[in-house]
Each structure stands twice: as C-alpha cells, then as structure tokens.
Design a protein around this ligand. Structure first.
Ligand code: NAP
Length: 289
C-alpha cells in the first residue's frame, strides 16, 4: 500500500500553533506583516499570492500587496524596496516572480533585507545554509523547508539514506540538496546533463523531483524492492489546464513506498513555510530591537 504524503494533516496541526504564536506577538505589540511586491498583474502570480494572503490572514498576520506597474523603472523599484526594508511595521517581504521591465535586470535576491527575507533567497541567508549554520531562527527557502517538514511529519528519517534531487535551481534543487545533506543523507544532484536518470533514481531511498516536466518519472525509474519515497515538487499544467507534477503519478505510485500528490503535496507546504518564516522573522526582529 503506497503512502500518500498529503500536506493537509500537517497544515491542520501547524495553523493553530501559528495562530497562538501570532497572538503572543500581538500581545507584545507586534503584528507580523508580510508585503508581497508584484510588478504587473500576471494571473498566475496573482493566484499564488492569493494562497499566501489567505494563510497569512488565517494565522492573524497582516498582509499587503504592493503592486507596481510594468513600466516601473529600476530606480523606482529600488526606492520601493528601500521603503519596505526600512519600515519597522513590515517583518517579511517577497518579490513575486517573474518581474518585468527594468526591475528584471536587478539582482533581486539581494533587494529584500536579509532579516525580512522570508523567501530565504538573500545571499546572507544562502551563505548561512551553505555554511551549515541552520537553526530554528533561520530563514530557509520555503519549498525545501516545506519538504523537510513533510518528511519529518511522516517520520521519514533521512539520516544515512541515499537521496537523489533532480534539479539544481537556486530556489529548490540546490537548497534541497544542502538541507538533505545537513540532515545526514547521501545526496546526488541530477540535472539536464545527467546521462541516465534512472541509474540514479533506481538506487535511491528518497527521490525529490524539481524539474517542471510532465511524465519525467515513470515506473521504470524505480526499483520496487527499494521502497523509495518520492517527493514531487514539479508544478506543470497539461494541455487541458490540469495541474500535474513531474511524475506519471499512477505509474510511479504503483512501485514506490510513498509519494506526494500534486496538487496537495509540496505546494501547500511551500506556503506554510513562508508564513512560518514570517513569524520567525517577526520574532527575530523583536529580539534584535
Ligand atoms: P528551474 O529553475 O527551471 O530548474 C529546473 C531544473 O531541472 C534545472 O536544474 C534543470 O537542469 C533540471 N532539468 C531540466 N530538464 C531535466 C531533465 N530532463 N532531467 C533532469 N533534470 C532536468 O525550475 P525550479 O524553479 O527549480 O522549479 C522546478 C519545478 O518545481 C517547476 O515545475 C516549478 O513550477 C516547481 N515548483 C514548485 C513549487 C511548489 O511549491 N510546489 C515551488 C517552486 C517550484 P539544468 O540546471 O541543467 O538546466
């Protein structure tokens, strides 16, 4: 029987905990506030932002969408970011990708102050992860953080396990590999230049796919005897507009021990981690005043 690693049971546990933490902060005069900066009005971006707003408000935090026109100059964008970074009522900020126009040419990852960087992309936060300086106050990239929380919730111990991460992006693949490594896994990072993907995945205890290709992984990529745990980060729309992961779900779930559904697996964990980071950032800033 394949275990379905759904996010909802963990989200249900975490929301009341976050509500309590938020109430405690409010009692101390701090209302955690998230600002999302959006350039333009990309419908997909707006729908991602809605999920973030909903959870933010559900836990009792404050939310603001700072929408800038596509014609925004680099100077205006930097000025807006400076305003957010220096505003003590803002505890967390993310720049919703993609951005357009002149802003796209900026080094976006460095523009949110490292203490407010709830996406975990700032070079200081990246360096801390690289250096292994990870603790409860760390602002970690949301998707890898969410995957680690999901594995922990389902009592999947990664220590001593063989893990294969497919994808090496700055926002998912690389930080995912580092977190698994820090947790004691032996990690292989695959990418578009990897010769035979199945040679790696068939020997893995844990496979995390963060590529963005429908049906990249099928039953032939897994050895049923290995009882592999599969985390599907991929979010792809098929021709009919249906959301699918990187796995051919029916084929893969028949040969592995556990798998995340898409939707309902990694996606909600990413949003949960963002709001966890917001509360962490608010706490950190309270302690540093
Ligand atoms: P990305 O920046 O495009 O990176 C994709 C990675 O996949 C690259 O490292 C690329 O290798 C690798 N790749 C491409 N084709 C491959 C192949 N045939 N075999 C092995 N590796 C291959 O994408 P991303 O931002 O990391 O996102 C990856 C996927 O996760 C997307 O579907 C995205 O929508 C999804 N995502 C989901 C969440 C969530 O919350 N569920 C969050 C973030 C992203 P190279 O480096 O060699 O080009």
């Amino acid at each position: 029987m394949t275990l379905l690693l759904k996010a909802q049971p963990l989200v249900d546990v975490r929301i009341p905990e976050m509500q309590q933490l938020c109430s405690r902060l409010k009692a101390q005069g701090i209302t955690p506030k998230l600002v999302v900066v959006l350039v333009g009005d990309n419908p997909a971006s707006l729908s991602y932002i809605t999920n973030k707003r909903k959870l933010c408000e559900k836990v009792g935090a404050s939310f603001e969408l700072r929408q800038l026109p596509p014609s925004t100059t680099a100077t205006d964008f930097l000025e807006a970011m400076n305003g957010i970074n220096t505003d003590p009522s803002v505890h967390g900020c993310i720049i919703q990708l993609p951005v357009y126009g002149e802003s796209a040419g900026l080094k976006l990852e460095a523009l949110v102050d490292a203490h407010k960087d709830v996406d975990g992309f700032h070079p200081t936060n990246t360096a801390n992860l690289y250096l292994g300086r990870v603790h409860v106050k760390s602002l970690l990239p949301c998707t890898p953080k969410g995957v680690m929380s999901l594995l922990k919730h389902y009592k999947i111990d990664v220590k001593g396990k063989t893990a294969v991460v497919i994808g090496r992006s700055q926002i998912v693949g690389k930080p995912m590999s580092l977190l698994l490594n820090l947790a004691g896994a032996t990690v292989t990072m695959c990418h578009s230049g990897t010769g035979d993907l199945s040679e790696h995945t068939r020997r893995a205890d844990i496979v995390i796919s963060a590529v963005g290709k429908i049906n990249l992984l099928t039953a032939q990529h897994f050895d049923p005897a290995r009882k592999t745990v599969v985390i599907d980060v991929g979010m792809n729309k098929n021709a009919g507009g249906k959301l699918l992961g990187d796995c051919d779900f029916n084929s893969v779930q028949s040969v592995v021990a556990a798998i995340t559904p898409v939707p309902g697996g990694v996606g909600p964990m990413t949003v949960l981690s963002l709001i966890e980071n917001l509360l962490t950032a608010a706490q950190n800033q309270k302690e540093n005043v």
